[in-house]
Design a protein around this ligand. Sequence first.
Ligand code: HEM
Ligand code: HEM
Length: 195
Amino acid sequence: MYNPDESIEFPAKAAAEHRYDDFSILLHWVTVVLVASLWTLGQSLSFFPKGGPREAALSVHILLGITLGAILLVRIAWRAGAGRRLPPADSGWQGELARSVHYGLYVLLGVTVALGLSRVWLYGNHVFDWFAFPRPAFSTRSVIRTIGGLHADLADLVVIVAGLHAAAALAHHYVLRDSVLRRMLPGKRKTRPEQ
Ligand code: HEM
Ligand code: HEM
């Protein structure tokens, strides 16, 4: 049976020929759509008229955020278990950089989601008329503002780092013309690495 960890020693070119498993690919692209929607909606919140419309927009943001948090947990569990892990497509410092960026993205996403959830809990937000988070007694305006500000800053950082990561993937595809981008695209997969 193919063991992803064994492929660590394979030459970079052969490694780049592989694909992630279908579920990892699905989780990756669902994450991309959720992050793009969350950031765009987060940035547009102030354009919604105060009151009902803005609260509805924020409710959608919160629900999408909770969904992203759940997807992230599933993704980390899948990656740590049955999911296919591939070695860096590049060798040397570029491979190390790619690996660090990937881990960095997981951490940044986790912290951004945690700060978003904390902000919701500290403020005691409503989600439509469905339910409200119980606001803790120790919560103060300045704590809420600080956590909200950190959430916004990290959300921007996620988008910047993910943008650079996407640019690197596109450069591999269109400039270097190798198969790194195809590792994360659905399609026919080779079941065993070339040796
Ligand atoms: C990676 C995922 C997320 C991204 C990219 C994101 C992005 C954003 C952005 C850009 C804003 C606007 C900040 C501003 O300029 O005022 C915002 C606000 C907010 N987000 Fe998120 N968000 C994410 C996840 C979450 C989650 C998981 C929750 C909670 C379940 C959440 C709750 C909130 C709340 C309550 C606000 C309003 C904050 C305030 O007005 O101080 N977000 N988000
Ligand atoms: C919010 C945006 C994005 C996030 C958070 C994100 C996150 C990630 C993470 C965490 C990995 C590592 C997978 C693993 O080994 O577990 C990864 C891999 C990958 N991503 Fe993204 N990604 C984003 C957007 C994109 C976009 C837009 C593209 C393409 C244009 C892309 C292409 C790839 C490719 C090709 C890989 C595999 C790289 C390799 O095997 O060396 N990603 N992504």
